[in-house]
Write a protein that binds this ligand. Sequence first.
Ligand code: ZN
Length: 241
Amino acid sequence: MTEVTPSKRKAVVLLSGGLDSTTVLAIARSEGYEVYALTFHYGQRHEAEIEAARRIATLSGVAEHVVAEIDLRAFGGSALTADIEVPKGRAAEEMAKGIPVTYVPARNTIFLSFALAWAEVVGASNIFIGVNALDYSGYPDCRPEYIEAFQRMADLATKAGVEERQELVIHTPLINLTKAQIVMKGIELGVDYSLTVTCYDPSKDGAACGQCDACLLRLKGFAENEMSDPARYRTVSQARA
Ligand code: ZN
């Protein structure tokens, strides 16, 4: 096996094709990182986001884009991977309470582990992930202390870490931003949000429902910037169908 010299300028960016991760990709690019974009086909019901991720990665000029197949439907346990209804029309206070059924068990731990493996292979010293502690306060794997713990674990877990060839840094540029601040940041960086898919329950052709937690948070983020969301939403008649 050839030794790859770790590069401080290489970064693995977790890219779902949604608003947050697309903004994170733009931030990594604006900071001069050579981006290795990683998307997961994990059996999510919103597969439209994978197509979105492909388009975004291509247009962003990433060094490489990998769509890893990991089927989390084997376990189910989430409205995103099992036949459980996605909650619609919830108020912000309701979203902030407890862990929602759209939480995918251990998802960020699984995703970060894959990112860590790829980072070691390509010799990247950086991982970018679009976790957010404000909007997803009910998600245990979006908290700063979780990210810190993962970073400590990564240094123990990898050959590169042990040999001190590589000090891995996990970047969470959105962790303390509101959705409105994230949208503003992305607009400043020239992100085309019409390419992104956020909805937990889109129609077959990728149109957003406008009613799930993810859609409502996203719409609020644009509204607070006095902008309209360029994403495609289902028409009312389709939404009722
Ligand atoms: Zn939706």
